[in-house]
Design a binder for this molecule. Sequence first.
Ligand SMILES: Cc1ncc(COP(=O)(O)O)c(C=O)c1O
Length: 449
Amino acid sequence: MKLKESARLWKEALRIFPGGVNSPVRAFRSVGGNPIFIDRGKGAYVQDADGNWYLDFLSSWGPLILGHAPPSVVRATENALKKGSSFGTTTAAEVKLGDFILSQIPHLERIRFVSSGTEAVMTALRLARGVTGRAKVIKFEGCYHGHSDSLLARAGSGLLTLTGNIAESSSPGVPQEIVQNTLVLPLDDSNALEALLKQHGESIACIIIEPVPANAGLLIQRRVFIEHLLSLAKQYGILVIFDEVISGFRLGFSGYAGREKFMPDLVTYGKIIGGGLPVGAIAGKEKIMDALAPQGSIYQAGTLSGNPLAMAAGYETLKELSASKGAAYTRLTKLARHLEELFLTEITPLFTERDWAIRLVEEESLFWFSFHKPGDTTPVRRVDKIESFSARLYKHIFNAMIERGVYLAPSAYEVGFLNTAMRKRDIEHFIEALQKSIRKLPKNERTMA
Ligand SMILES: Cc1ncc(COP(=O)(O)O)c(C=O)c1O
């Protein structure tokens, strides 16, 4: 495979950007080799700067649920651009998208648009703290909520004893003082949550969770855990924020909360809501949302918030998802079932002569390879249960798949995304490529030794 132009661009990029990239995981550090420069996308496929095509499961990390450059979204965005790219004023485009969302999702009464998922979460935390007058927040190990300072935190050593649980900063540049109000708990552990609330319940503003954690593997939670979390929070007057930046509009139009009929106090969105352009949103009940300035006194602002191009792309995407009266989601579910069936018949049997195996973890149109010892069927619900050899094996599989024209996320801990532009034959191509990739693993990777 020729990757000459990508190699040339990478050399340039290294000179221009820290580490050659504008977001760290793009640097391919955990899968080795140089990043591939993508030039264009069409439907389920992307083409790189050397002209190679790939079946794309990265999907720009989730926004492209309709595939690349869907004609209706391109047309709407072009039309918006012709009228001007940004005005810094209120526009009909933002009213149209906001009204569309609120009219389709009954548990939401107000929404505010921002420009990224990070910004949405940052605002949701400020809102929760402002409304409750409390300072502490609880997050879960393995959930990612963007790169705002107070959430760049991992469990401190207190986690072991449940006497502190105060997080440690997970990045230089985030002083310990900034994360001292962030408490980190393991997922799937109601007892730990209950114990922590007994200690600190009265000083906690909110609990934030990805209800379908999809940033450190796909750690599907038991419904009862989320249910318990919601009821404990209510008991202590704590707000619950569902971070649906990935799951929003993906697990059905109304996301996880709508599907499971749960009522979080606030929901954060990103990715699909902007149809591939930069948008995030915070949404929830009127009495909480109206505490935001200028209606309330909790400050939040943004020069490009509600940008007309992004609103047009988001509206067109959501309209297409909703107009099909569930057909788009049915289609995604069918693709996911096809993937699951083929995986079981074509991939699972490959592991008889190896002392490791891959399981396919799926939640609607999200999937993840979970590496195991053969025969181990325990679901992985916590990040510390992910096998340590996963990254080493994934590295080989990722590179072998690239050679076969399949683009996966460049990290063992990231999920794959299906989109409505994919066909059954794309799934078959994926499985064939995976079969060959596993068979071709070097001898010394056939065992974990
Ligand atoms: C669940 C979740 N929350 C927040 C974010 C941050 O969003 P953004 O990258 O748009 O800032 C992400 C990004 O992947 C995410 O997956």
